[in-house]
Design a protein. Structure first.
Lengths: 280, 301
């Protein structure tokens, strides 16, 4: 039985920071694909997403280097296999590398046996290309059993739920995992997907609005962070914010946050370690 | 911006997955530093997807949806003429990917496009969903499209774009068989790359949804404000221009006469063209200019 433990005492961040700013990147390349109802590949979607592996990820790595920020990059196991140089570069440049399932599976569509098969595929891609197993996991489309399965597979932290402002601990059978929730305030929410989907019209948002939206959220988190430390998670996709114009929104936003003291630019592993260390 | 990738060209990954699954072809990615003519740093490729709604959209009952059909018709009736004037104001030569049926129904627009020095390329015949066709059907569409433009414009096109980038797994190979030397359907890269089919090379000139006016002004609603769209295009241009200091880059726009030819949209676009024209080192190229340069210099060697 999965047990949730929310913080039992006042949360503080290292150095008394007001805001933990978690930059995260979903590196999927062509894995999250919207096909036509008859199963044929929609190359408008496919090629737009391939951009992420060919160019987008590199542009993002340069921006993080420019601001000296370490991020958490969720890479689909299949993307690790298809883009080994880029995946290695992510690790070499000091970012947290985590698993984003194997082929961006919609886990809620799978039965338990099928869902269990996803884990070793992601594992072996990471081990083969990056030399170590992943300890962090994200799926955007979990099933009822996903979180328990992730814990069972020895992950130290998970980020698959959209339901809270702060982390919390999940425990079962003596195993512990930190859940670090994320938000709908990601680049796909603002800028849209390449084609119509369950969540998007296929139209494009305006890039500068993305920067403003992030600033609004940062401002609110920063102001609230005076009383109780807060967390802002930014989720971007290589195929989208990795494009030239959107990358400028990221560049400008990061420059804006640098003006404020008391911001902890954390990777998910750093947050998970801190959380467990402090016994929240 | 200092690019720390292993190469400024393909950004470090020499072997990336093919643009089309199960494609029997080799992708030839750039392996040397790319230079544009006259030491220009940024290739600006203005493409116009020109159709007039000949494949009339229909209501579920089968009757013509005149809201959409007549919106598209604005393109050949008015929009394309306004755009031709704007391009002349800035001396820009563009590439008009034109539906075969549109060429046949509005031949004087095709004559004018050609007269003013722009390139005519294929955009299927009736904006067909080629992704849902078999090889023979798609080949027939290509032949009808290329022949129609040849008949009206006097010259067989050497370039192609697939509607909405929705290629089939046969599209690119078919193009190579039909003597087409460049394709601009895919959205997956910053710079061109070549695809080799049985010793025939097709140069792919990728573009993006972000620089496509259909994603801002097209159906479904809501519409975006022209001033907002132009700031988005300025942002895209600025970053590519900045990057072009280290390594040549490419800026490919896609506009539609039925959208960009409207007054407010075109006025904002005109201001954008004026703003862009002030930058130094721009090579305003048609797609065949880029393809010719690329194959002459064999950047994949």
């Amino acid at each position: 039985m999965l047990v949730e433990r929310r913080p039992q005492k006042k949360v503080v961040w290292p150095g008394g920071a007001r805001v933990a700013l978690l930059m995260t990147v979903d590196f999927e390349a062509e894995e999250d694909l919207h096909s036509f109802p008859n199963g044929k590949i929609n190359y408008q979607d496919f090629s737009a997403r391939q951009y992420g592996g060919r160019s987008g990820i590199w542009r993002l790595l340069d921006i993080f280097d420019k601001h000296d920020i370490k991020a958490t990059v969720f890479i689909c196991g299949a993307a690790v296999e298809n883009y080994p140089e880029a995946s290695k570069a992510v690790k070499e440049r000091g970012h947290d590398v985590a698993a984003h399932t194997y082929a961006h599976e919609y886990l809620w569509r799978l039965n338990e046996e099928e869902e269990r098969r996803v884990y070793p595929k992601a594992f072996s891609a990471f081990e083969r290309v990056l030399g170590e197993r992943p300890y962090g996991w994200r799926s955007c489309f979990i099933s009822d059993r996903s979180v328990a399965l992730t814990l069972e597979h020895g992950y130290k932290w998970d980020s698959s739920l959209w339901n809270d402002d702060l982390p919390y601990v999940l425990e079962e059978n003596g195993k512990k995992m930190v859940e670090i929730p994320f938000t709908i305030n990601n680049d796909v929410s603002f800028l849209g997907e390449p084609v119509t989907s369950a969540y998007s019209t296929g139209k494009h948002g305006i890039v500068r609005d993305q920067d403003l939206a992030w600033r609004d959220e940062f401002d609110a988190c920063y102001e609230n962070g005076a009383a109780t430390p807060t967390m802002q998670t930014i989720c971007i996709h290589c195929y989208l914010t990795g494009r030239p114009g959107p990358s400028k929104a990221l560049d400008d936003f990061l420059a804006y946050t640098k003006k404020f003291p008391g911001v902890w630019y954390a990777r998910y592993t750093d947050v998970a370690n801190w959380w467990l260390e402090k016994g929240y | 911006m200092n690019n720390k990738g292993t190469a400024p060209l393909g950004r470090g990954d020499p072997h990336v997955p093919l643009p089309v699954k199960n494609m029997v072809a080799k992708e030839l990615r750039p392996r040397r530093t790319v230079e544009w003519p006259n030491k220009d740093r940024l290739a600006v490729v203005l493409t116009v997807d020109y159709h007039g709604g000949q494949a009339a959209p229909t209501h579920p009952t089968g009757q013509t949806d005149y809201l959409k059909a007549s919106t598209y018709q604005f393109g050949p009736r008015r929009g394309v003429w306004h755009i031709l004037e704007a391009l002349d104001r800035y001396g820009i030569k563009a590439t008009f990917n034109t539906c075969g049926a549109t060429a046949e129904e509005y031949p004087e627009t095709v004559t004018e496009i050609k007269k003013r020095g722009h390139e005519l390329a294929g955009l299927t015949y009736l904006y067909e969903n080629v992704w849902d066709m078999d090889r023979a059907q798609e080949k027939r569409v290509m032949e009808m499209a290329l022949s129609a433009i040849e008949k009206v414009g006097g010259e067989r096109p050497v370039g192609w774009r697939t509607p909405d980038s929705r290629i089939s797994e046969n599209t690119l190979q078919l193009l190579s068989e039909m003597g087409v030397v460049w394709d601009s359907s895919l959205l997956n890269d910053d710079l061109p790359y070549a695809l080799e089919f049985d010793q025939k090379v097709v140069v792919e000139i990728p573009f993006s949804g972000l620089l496509n006016d259909m994603n801002f002004y097209g159906f479904p609603y809501p519409l975006s404000l022209p001033r907002d769209v132009m700031t988005a295009w300025q942002d895209e241009f600025e970053v590519l221009y900045r990057e072009s200091q280290d390594h040549c880059q490419m800026f490919v726009l896609c506009i539609h006469p039925f959208l960009m030819g409207r007054p407010a949209q075109l006025q904002a676009f005109d201001k954008f063209l004026a703003w862009m024209s002030k930058f130094e080192g721009l090579w305003f190229a048609r797609c065949s200019d880029v393809a010719r340069w690329w194959t002459e210099h064999e950047y994949w060697i």
